[in-house]
Design a protein around this ligand. Structure first.
Ligand code: DQA
Length: 142
């Protein structure tokens, strides 16, 4: 059984990207932490990061067999309508994560077109947010 960890544009350079906002954990660190959180459920984390919306959509369409997903859409939260439609067809529970507290930042970050479809949203807790999302999924997935 696989859990999809999906990260959008500019998240492949975590650790080096504006660390004062996004922290120093790399995507590899986050993958490891999420894996540790779900190991007792016997889940294997499949981590994918894409900078383009089309690749994210293809990944989602190829992941209907997964038990659930953690999705950080990056700035596609704001106007990623095609990503939103892909997630609408994803048949399993998924949680939206943002490392930074988007509500405390520029107003263009205050809207998420995907949030209404998520089982829940974790915002502003840094890399811990991914672990909490994974933990939530271990409870949400029957
Ligand atoms: C982000 C927040 C977005 O506004 C931003 O565009 C990102 C990262 C976060 O994790 O805090 O790329 O999703």
């Amino acid at each position: 059984m696989e859990l999809l960890l999906l990260n959008g544009p500019n998240l492949g350079i975590l650790g080096r990207r504006e660390p004062e906002i996004y922290g120093t954990d790399t995507l590899a660190d986050i993958e490891e932490a999420v894996q540790a959180e779900v190991v007792d459920r016997g889940w294997k984390v499949v981590s994918r990061q894409h900078d383009s919306e089309g690749d994210l959509i293809s990944t989602i369409q190829g992941a209907y067999h997964t038990v659930g997903a953690i999705v950080n859409p990056g700035a596609l939260m704001i106007a990623g309508w095609s990503l939103r439609d892909a997630l609408a067809s994803y048949p399993r529970p998924w949680v939206e994560v943002h490392l930074s507290n988007v509500w405390a930042r520029e107003s263009f970050r205050h809207e998420s077109v995907i949030a209404p479809l998520a089982s829940g949203v974790v915002v502003g807790l840094g890399a811990l947010g991914y672990r909490l999302a994974a933990r939530a999924l271990t409870e949400l997935v029957a």
